[in-house]
Design a protein around this ligand. Structure first.
Ligand SMILES: NC(=O)c1ccc[n+]([C@@H]2O[C@H](COP(=O)([O-])OP(=O)(O)OC[C@H]3O[C@@H](n4cnc5c(N)ncnc54)[C@H](OP(=O)(O)O)[C@@H]3O)[C@@H](O)[C@H]2O)c1
Length: 304
């Protein structure tokens, strides 16, 4: 059985990739502090900024492929801790990609819609990337490093990832758990993305690894919408009061880093490769079908 190495296997996307892949691969997945439990997955500790450790792990596990979802993706924190953000998102990304290429393994880097400036929206893979914040700059540098190591490597760009995760809150679980307690939340109307269900993204990532061509692929939800509109869709689908999502403008939130106003993506290229691209309503319905909101105990941790 071939080995798949999932860097960031304790995260929302990484854990779903690791769990799904365990049916077909021997899966080795990384975490930082708290060792997760996913059936059929061997977890090992790794701090991605420790470049030598990351390269040694690739050489030791000898994977057929590496899926790298680990990132410092708190956009405001990346502005303050630039050296660490660069090392995690770009420097170590290149090192892992080169170590993988050296042993004949394929490397897949999970990037972001935040590589675009957001002036237009509905971006295609070939559109010019022009980040407006340091997080986006580091991820774009990570993309370049991944593809410089081998043209057969893959770069995947999702947008606003959501799904059940018992370890930290994401946008969807934050909206739902607050509303469940009757608490109203401020949600911006002027940031537009393409909400992407983590489970579908994980399946699409594994499908991409089966395709012969390397390069950049957008793997995002089929619809562009504001965070506020997405919150309203979630609340309606789960039978909660949509008026609990209070519309606000991003300028009122006084965020440190700039955000791309409309970084929505088109995933037409993925569709041409018969990779499913689902609407927000389909994604939310799938999430609702997986478990009841009542059974969800909100973790204290938010995205870091
Ligand atoms: N979340 C979004 O809306 C979104 C949108 C577009 C693109 N993306 C990209 O999608 C990818 C996956 O996101 P996600 O939602 O799955 O994130 P997540 O749930 O926050 O998981 C992040 C993962 O990265 C690991 N990690 C963070 N810093 C690390 C470091 N210094 N060394 C080693 N591991 C580290 C975490 O490990 P621990 O949990 O063990 O600390 C965790 O496994 C990221 O690359 C992100 O840039 C995310």
């Amino acid at each position: 059985m071939e080995t798949l190495l999932v860097v960031g296997g304790s995260g929302l996307v990484g854990a779903k990739v690791a769990g799904l892949a365990s049916k077909a691969f021997h899966v080795v997945a990384t975490y930082r502090e708290t060792k997760p439990k996913v059936a059929g997955v061997d977890f090992v500790p790794l701090h991605k900024e420790r470049v030598e450790d990351a390269m040694a792990l690739v050489r030791k596990t000898k994977p057929a492929s590496v899926v790298d979802t680990a990132a410092m993706h708190n956009v405001d924190r990346c502005e303050d801790e630039r050296e660490l953000a660069w090392q995690v998102n770009a420097g170590s990304t290149g090192a892992i990609a080169r170590a993988a290429t050296d042993i004949g393994a394929r490397y897949l880097f999970v990037s972001t819609d935040f590589v675009f400036d957001g002036q237009r929206g509905q971006y295609r893979e070939e559109d010019v990337a022009r980040p407006v914040n340091y997080y986006g700059e580091t991820k774009l540098a990570g993309e370049h490093a991944a593809l410089a190591a081998s043209a057969n490597n893959l770069v995947v760009r999702p947008s606003v990832i959501y799904g059940w995760d018992d370890t930290r809150l994401n946008f969807a679980t934050w909206v739902l758990t607050n509303a469940r307690e009757g608490k109203s939340i401020n949600v911006v109307t002027d940031w537009i993305g393409s909400p992407t269900l983590a489970d579908g993204l994980a399946a699409s990532i594994l499908r991409l690894l089966e395709l012969p061509d390397g390069g950049v692929y957008h793997l995002a939800g089929a619809e562009a919408m504001s965070r506020h509109e997405f919150a309203v869709r979630l609340l309606k689908a789960f039978g909660l009061d949509p008026s609990l999502a209070k519309p606000v403008r991003s300028a009122d939130l006084n965020m440190k880093a700039a955000r791309p106003p409309n970084s929505s993506l088109t995933s037409a290229k993925a569709k041409r490769h018969r990779i499913a691209v689902v609407s927000a309503d389909e994604g939310v319905a799938a999430m609702k079908g997986q478990r009841s909101l009542d059974s969800f105990v909100p973790p204290a941790r938010f995205k870091s």
